[in-house]
Design a protein around this ligand. Structure first.
Ligand SMILES: Nc1ncnc2c1ncn2[C@@H]1O[C@H](COP(=O)(O)OP(=O)(O)OP(=O)(O)O)[C@@H](O)[C@H]1O
Ligand SMILES: [Mg+2]
Length: 222
């Protein structure tokens, strides 16, 4: 009879990478999380720039509340959120997010850089993350109110997943679908989607109707 296997506790890094893979299976999933964060931050304008179907480069710039400078050290750790304090808060939650897992997940399977400025800050702050933790010091720099998140080399450390997603064109089609959906249903928010260095593929104006947004999104897709 075969011997039973030895049960071992997985390392935190392996646990986090597996958990990340459950939330982010392709670039469009990462982008969905980032768009929801921008909407939760009351943005009225969201600009998304993509290279190689989001596998190489995915950037989202919003004009929302920004992230407090003194929160930048923990923002990419798992289970850190500004949207929930107590379990009972879930009964009246009005944000898309509440788990405090999305940025952490992305930072475990990609290089994540964040540039953010609140209305109260005199300048913007830039920070890079790896495996949930700050990678180097936070730097003061120029920037607009709001948050810009850049995700590079998605799945660089999950080779099986990277091999399975070989077509940037197909990944871009998924991204168009995600952006189109949020652009249509969020009339008070302007959305722009473009490939790096190329023409805009989706553009909806700030404060438009759902019907106008449907027209804009479909016009760009024909
Ligand atoms: N674009 C943004 N503008 C302002 N704050 C942001 C932005 N993106 C993230 N944050 C802040 O970072 C925190 C962590 O984001 P993250 O997406 O990981 O968790 P969450 O949105 O709270 O929950 P979930 O994991 O369900 O999405 C948020 O709670 C929010 O405070
Ligand atoms: Mg979120």
């Amino acid at each position: 009879m075969a011997e039973p296997g030895v049960i071992r506790k997985l390392s935190e890094e392996v646990v986090n990478r597996i958990a990340a893979g459950e939330i982010i299976q392709r670039p469009a999933n990462a982008l969905k999380e980032l768009i929801e964060n921008s909407l939760d931050a009351k943005s009225t304008n969201i600009v998304i720039t993509v290279k190689a179907g989001g596998l190489k480069y995915l950037q989202i710039q919003d004009n929302g509340t920004g992230i407090r400078n003194d929160n930048l050290d923990i923002v990419c750790e798992r289970f850190t959120t500004s949207k929930l304090k107590e379990f009972d808060d879930l009964r009246q939650i009005s944000t898309y997010g509440f788990r405090g897992e999305a940025l952490a997940s992305i930072s475990h399977i990609a290089h994540l850089t964040l540039l953010t400025k609140t209305a109260a800050d005199k300048c913007a702050y830039k920070a890079s993350y790896e495996n949930g933790k700050l990678k180097g010091p936070i730097k003061a720099c120029a920037g607009n109110n709001g948050t810009q998140i850049t995700v590079e080399d998605l799945f660089y450390n999950v080779l099986a997943r990277k091999k399975a997603l070989r077509s940037p064109t197909e990944e871009y089609a998924h991204i168009m679908e995600v952006v189109g959906g949020y652009a249509i249903h969020n009339s008070r928010v302007g959305f722009t989607l473009k490939k790096f260095g190329e023409n805009t593929d989706i553009k909806t104006p700030v404060k438009s109707t759902v019907v106008e947004n449907v027209r804009s999104v479909c016009m760009f897709q024909v």
